[in-house]
Design a protein around this ligand. Sequence first.
Ligand SMILES: *Cc1c(COP(=O)(O)O)cnc(C)c1O
Length: 450
Amino acid sequence: MIQKIYKAMFYLEDLREILRETAPDHRLDEGQKKKFKNILNNVKDTLDEEECQKIRYITDKIELRTREEDFINIDPIQVAGRLTPEARKALIAYGDGYSVCDYCFKPFRLDYIKKPPVQDFFSELSEFVGMDVARVVRGARNGFQIVSNALLEKGDIALVSSLAHYTLCLSIESIGAEWREIPLDENNIITKEKTAEKIEEVKNKSKKLPKLIAVSHFDYMFGNEHDVYGIGKVCEDYEIPFLYNGAYTVGVMPVDGKKIGADFVVGSGHKSMASPAPTGILATTDEFKGKVFAETKSKGDITGRQFGIKETYLLGCTVMGAPLIAMMASFPKVKERVKNWEEEIKKSNFFLSEFLKIEGNKVSSEMPRKHTLTKVDTRDSFDKIAKKHKRRGYFLYEELSKRKITGIFPGSTREFKLNTYGLSWDQIKYLADAFKEIAEKYGIWVENFG
Ligand SMILES: *Cc1c(COP(=O)(O)O)cnc(C)c1O
């Protein structure tokens, strides 16, 4: 079916191309008329065919992507970035390069564009995360980069979690500043106490305070919740700016930056906001907006040129065209879906309670789950099978693939991550049964099964 849909959609794009070639009056010559008619017939035939001829490529070497149509996807980073139908339609209509710039007038800045309503979107975004101002940026990593650029200087120290994402560390490094890690407690959690201790340690050793503290609410390794409220308080006491990393929260659960005590809220569009890459958000307070969203002041020494009110650390306009408009198109549904977070957590916990019925299976993340991203440990179950299986660790991936489940790392049977976000209850049950069936097939004992 997906083949048929793609095929028809591509024919429609070919029709669209003829309109572009013959703009503005669309007076088609005989050849074009014939071509138009042929393609139109192809569309109809494709839709009418029982079995359509399969296509594999969009163009040379670029294959169709049908993962979301053909499989249950539990890829840890992909599931909450899947597009809404509105976003997919936006991609088709706004794909041309600088398409958002049609109605960009003075003062020539992305956040002032009224048609399409980018300006309103930006203000809704800041409200959505409980902050004063927001900008769309090129992924969460670009948010870190902008804050690092604005706040840090060479030799400064910034504190990050021991589970920090590499892009945060690289952002700090790129300034010539240093990142130091706040240790985890025995439950793999960053606490306010550990944060305060690390601040004291840095203060004693280097005679200066960290210039920035950045912690993710839920980390990418375990999907554990870290004490961002407590850390926000510690940062306030020491008067150190606090960056709340919401790569795994903004867009899936409610986030209130001010309540947390955050000076910056960073989110990822392609990870958690049903948006294409590269998109993300950076929100801040009135106190910090002048600093991170500073406007250019420089002037050409020969020409005397200046660049109006372009924002220096953002390099002026950030995300243009299709990714931005698709993010906007998804936003109404994203605003609604955060209200269903509790249900997502229920499904996550239900799946794991079933998964744990397989003898030897363990969960490495904190329990009960407060997130849909989870690290599981199958060293005493599937990995034992892998040791004897001719396909080694790939057997599990292959057994899952046969059941049309994808997204775990091929070859891993020791510890791996999965994310159940967005699956229906039926899909959750199907997923749990698939793991149990595989276990049973290889002689692993499964509680109350079969
Ligand atoms: C995925 C992730 C990032 C990077 O997000 P991008 O939007 O791809 O830049 C940063 N931090 C954490 C905790 C993440 O999980």
